[in-house]
Write a protein that binds this ligand. Structure first.
Ligand code: NAD
Ligand code: TYD
Length: 352
């Protein structure tokens, strides 16, 4: 048996594939178009592993996807492929429409055609798991309860609107065509292999390089943080035991303001790699112009996943963040390769 993982060279996709091989004997075919966010170095520990097959390609390429599905007799798909950065979606929404909406549509159609031709037992066991975000639910006011699977969709950024659209397509392919789909809506992830355009890895690297730690607006926006390995475990559980057609919220009950996040990671750095001048990394925090349409608060109620599938996160925010900071300190080569070229253009465009 073989599973197909799309967007497998990105942050969560690569963590998922590595985690899969730690927990399963089953082969994986990885497909990724390798945008700026896709990095084959994330999967380099699998070089020479005959159970892993990497293919560079677009989820929108129906001929390629059909060929892969048939050749490897895929029994499940985990769809991570997406444009994922809110700030980039504000500068240029086009790629988000192309991949997150049109790409998901094309993938669903390739899969539907393959799935239709399977024998009844294989058809029944087949799964299409779509990985989505809590951002589709919009912004929460202070003290209102966390998002449940029944919260209305109210996306506010081009990124979240494109993810919301893809969730609706996946839902419709279940209701209309019977495709056995599952959807997960997860809160903000952090951990190894996180591209340093997102808050946590950006601030770790800027701190170490003596650069400003940019805090948008007043820094009191709240995100609900989950260590990436806990997200991977949740996806494996949903794939194994989830009810088809259902959606599952995934989150770590870790609501933090951005100020708390950056202060905590600075304190960990102060301990693990004190500055030679005796100053604190937190002194580098700098308030900058806010993000347009910045969602104030996200919070995930993951009790359905905990109750029905028995999943629980292993890491607290403190233990997960410490592991993450250590990983960045210990993986200088990965960091040096990632922060060259296109990355520099992005940083100039966004923060100049
Ligand atoms: P990422 O940007 O690090 O990785 C996305 C990967 O998809 C990249 O490797 C990229 O090359 C690939 N890709 C993009 N367009 C493609 C296409 N047309 N065909 C094939 N591959 C393509 O993103 P991530 O943070 O790993 O997020 C993965 C998924 O999880 C996304 O769908 C995202 O919406 C969702 N998600 C992310 C978070 C988070 O905090 N990062 C939280 C919840 C959900
Ligand atoms: P980010 O990591 O981009 O994730 P998302 O926007 O998907 O939640 O941002 C997390 C929070 O940090 C968000 O409220 C925006 C804020 N932020 C900053 O304050 N400064 C930054 O330089 C970045 C990238 C994000």
């Amino acid at each position: 048996m073989t599973i197909l993982v799309t967007g497998a060279a990105g942050f969560i996709g690569s963590n998922f594939v590595l985690d899969w091989f730690d927990n399963s004997q089953e082969d994986v075919v990885s497909i990724d178009i390798l945008t700026y966010a896709g990095n084959l170095e994330n999967l380099s520990s699998l070089d020479g592993n005959s159970h892993h097959h990497f293919i560079r390609g677009n989820i929108s390429d129906r001929a390629l996807v059909s060929e892969i599905l048939n050749k490897y007799q895929i029994r499940a798909i985990v769809n991570f492929a997406a444009e994922s950065h809110v700030d980039r979606s504000i500068h240029g929404p086009g790629d988000f429409i192309d991949t997150n909406i049109v790409g998901t549509y094309n993938l669903l159609e390739s899969v539907r055609s393959y799935w239709n031709d399977l024998d009844e037992a294989t058809k029944k066991a087949f799964r299409f798991l779509h990985v989505s975000t809590d951002e589709v639910y919009g912004s929460l006011a202070d003290k209102t309860p966390a998002f449940t699977e029944k919260s209305p969709y109210e996306p506010n950024s081009p990124y979240s609107a494109s993810k919301a659209s893809s969730d609706h397509l996946v839902r419709a392919w279940f209701h209309t065509y019977g495709l056995p789909v599952l959807t997960t809506n997860c809160s903000n992830n952090y951990g190894p292999y996180h591209f340093p355009e997102k808050l946590i890895p950006l601030c770790i690297l800027n701190a170490l390089n003596g650069k400003p730690l940019p805090i948008y607006g007043d820094g009191k926006q709240i995100r609900d943080w989950l260590y990436v390995k806990d997200h991977c475990t949740a996806i494996r559980e949903v794939l194994k035991q989830g009810q088809i057609g259902e959606t599952y919220n995934v989150g770590g009950w870790n609501e933090k303001t951005n100020l708390e996040v950056v202060e905590t990671l600075c304190a960990i750095l102060d301990e693990l790699k004190p500055k030679s001048d005796g100053k604190r990394y937190a002194d580098q925090m700098t308030f900058v112009k806010d993000r347009p349409g910045h969602d104030r608060r996200y919070a995930i109620d993951a009790s359905k996943l905990e109750r029905e599938l028995g999943w629980k996160p292993q890491e607290t925010f403190e233990t997960g963040l410490r592991k993450t900071v250590l990983w960045y300190l210990e993986n200088e080569t990965w960091v040096n390769h990632v922060v060259s070229g296109e990355y520099q253009h992005w940083v100039e465009k966004q923060y100049s």
